[in-house]
Ligand binder design. Sequence first.
Ligand code: OGA
Ligand code: MN
Length: 285
Amino acid sequence: MKINKLGAFIGVEIKDLDVTNIQDKKVINEISELLSEFSVVIIRNQNISDDEHIRFSEFFGELELTKVGTDGSGSKLIILRNFDENGNIVPPSDRQRLNNLANQEWHSDSSFKKIPSKMSLLSAKMIPSKGGNTEFLSMRAVYNSLPDDLKLMIEDKVCWHDYSHGRSKIDPNLVTPQERKALPPVKQKLVLKSNKHGKSLYLGAHCSKVDGMNEKDSAELLNNILQYTNDQKLVYSHVWEPHDLIMWDNRAVLHRATPIRGKVEKRLMVRTTVAGETSTINESF
Ligand code: OGA
Ligand code: MN
């Protein structure tokens, strides 16, 4: 495998691999190691069907089933698009467009689940000519940049993650009563310690507050940490090429989509999500 490093802290690219023709488990182990160290792995030139996407993803673990209320619900695929079955781009007030807007906030996929996902695999099917990048923020590099007293203070903190928290800020009606019922808030550790390459912060749009702190102190602490995320060096911004497949470690990076620029053009992405094995609360190290 030929590997090129992309960002300062995260992101590598693989050019000479066919994910539909993996002959040796060693290749999977090698990709897992790259993901563990560089958090984001881009595999170029993968013109794959949804079944091939699923089959490759399953090498890395059991896949999550897409939650209620999302395109692809009940299947192993999540479909992100801004157009309807007839190919017409839906209006900005449409749920699909509002959900895409929610994806423009830094987040970690399914951090609102008790056992949140380990990694996601996203394949670009239709990409607009301008914008619609996907950006990744190294939460290990953010952790490393914190002052020691702040590191010490947050070492054992636990946060609440709530699907409706970030979504309600986009539009109060975006989260349906059915989703609210299916997805009660859960606790997650703030500092993740199990990756051999270092500690990372587990935050993002679903994180609503620090457990055991009042609203004001919690907001202050979270804002204090968030200051350290405003550094472009910690970000790898991916400009999609046709047939790119990207894998990322949800416990080491946050990610977000960037807006489509200029005329709104169709964008279609398909994702699988590999389930985690443990809750962050019980992670062993
Ligand atoms: C996702 C996601 C961002 C994008 O698939 O989980 O957040 O750029 N996607 O589409
Ligand atoms: Mn996402």
